[in-house]
Design a protein. Sequence first.
Length: 554
Amino acid sequence: MSIHAALHHVTHYRYDRPINLGPQIIRLRPAPHCRSNIVSYSLKVEPVLHFINWQQDPFANYMARLVFPEPTLEFKVTVDLVTEMSVYNPFDFFLEPAAENYPFAYDESVAEELAPYRKAAPLTPLLKAYLGQIDRSPRRTIDFLVQINQQVQRDVSYLIRMEPGVQTPEQTLTLRSGSCRDSGWLLVQLLRHCGLAARFVSGYLIQLAPDVKSLDGPSGTEVDFTDLHAWCEVYLPGAGWIGLDPTSGLLAGEGHIPLACTPQPSSAAPIEGLIDEAEVTFSHEMKVSRLYESPRVTKPYSDDQWAAIQTLGQAVDDRLAAGDVRLTMGGEPTFVATTDRDAPEWNTDALGPTKRGYATELVDKLRAEYGDGGFLHFGQGKWYPGEQLPRWALSIYWRADGQPLWHNPALFADERQPSAYTSDDAQRFIHTLAGKLGLADRHIQPGYEDTWYYLWRERRLPVNVDPFNAKLDDELERVRLRRVFDQGLDSVIGYVLPLQPGEEPGAAGPSWTTGPWFLRDERLYLVPGDSPMGYRLPLDSLPWVSQADYPYVI
């Protein structure tokens, strides 16, 4: 789901008289290690009469060396590039085992090659004091880098500073403010004093307005935006150079386009060179526009595009039908909460403290939007290998013709509220149902937990273990025993009404019959477990009947 963004950058110098330009160095071409795909690039220089020589500096950055043979009244540099703004995960890298935890040491050969990026400035008073505030205790390397990057972002206020050059770390810490280049250079020095190789990065930053507002946190820019920017890169064995942006406190993403990465900021100037003495009028223009946007969830196909897709799809369906080809398709979207998305309930666990509540809220919204007049059914879903219980499924049923199946949504129980319902309510319901179906209620039977099983289970516990607080390795068994003993073995769990469709010729509507459920015990004991009562009926206790005696009532 990419967006092709066109960046237009103009730097224009006008002089009060014709002057001679010395050789000019331009560092405005994306660096070779830029992670965003650069679709196209052009550099236009005025005056037209000039000589250009593309080369790479000692740090592998692209740079253009320009020579102007004649005096000129202006010097204008225009950069146009198109980049593919395809989101990537900035944490998508592996580290060498020896570098997975900070602190670590570079191999001797690598350390020698990284020498220019490890040369730290002298420790001035404020820099030394600030370095002492950084937590350098052993931990995962990426956690350390995120922490120090965010610490600089919190402690150094961002401002737009028009003065040339870069502040020293001491100046930045004294003012507690600075431009992006100032906080970037401060982070470079902090990392070097922490034993890591780091370099200064000058580049473009492209920020596109999001399609929808963020649900948890700032949404970012409200308009498409681009500007020259500066940040820091740190070298991690196994991953290479990783960008850290202390202005935002984030890792560099698809909008960060590096132009020059150098040990010192002075080597990363976008345009550098000598000129004759003159009065200069300077102008600067930067803008970004979208050339192409692939359809996506937040900005889908237009009506005309959908019509073309549906026309093509119908043509494919017609050919499949003509060839008697039959297809089916299944799929399921995944719901993850915006808060605490790394919690086990959103990754591995079937249940958790909030999942069922969110699901109830979601199914209510879906019923109101798509199935108004329908009814809800909360039951068991898929059963995965290795899990003791099936998952649960929240279903909505409604009629396609719009006729309501359920008239009062207020009667749906809300599991998010404490339940006041008891077995007395279940008894009243089952007797009312029998009356509505025109059946006698003498065959209704109460269901109980299996007294004999749980007494046996209690006898199997260690002598010093309380069944109300059983210290068992099996968490589900622990919860089950506590629940059963808390409610009491003689408590009614629910009620059973045996039903079978009737076969009355000429009946105006559906008819039902009922009959006794013969049990070996005096009570209907449920199969031990955690599922609803309907899944735990002792069906194997039904009397055996020969097939020759059909029809018979079950």
